[in-house]
Design a protein. Sequence first.
Length: 117
Amino acid sequence: MFKQIVLSSILVTSLFFTEAKGDQCDISGVWNHSAKPAKLIIDLSKAEISVLSHELNPEAIGLVVLKSLALGSTLSSWNAKMYSAAEGSFVDVQITSTNCHQLSVSFSDKEVLRLLR
């Protein structure tokens, strides 16, 4: 009986974590900039987002756009640092996803970048 309760608990727990993990987006890979003819690549092993291609500004290729990328408080949010010319330094930004095909980067509660798959 005890063995059956333990096994049932393990099954329920594993189902819960499998469901929760299913809500997490795999954001690694290539994304399109929503306002420019540019592609960005998210490299989770480096915890950064960099320019993969840019039709209007080829010199930007390889430039790190966001760094210190880390999972946020939910499975569909991340925190990072983005260079702000206005601030003259890297600033904390929040990244959110509503459907795993769109990322919104916000600074001070304003969207500053949108990426699409």
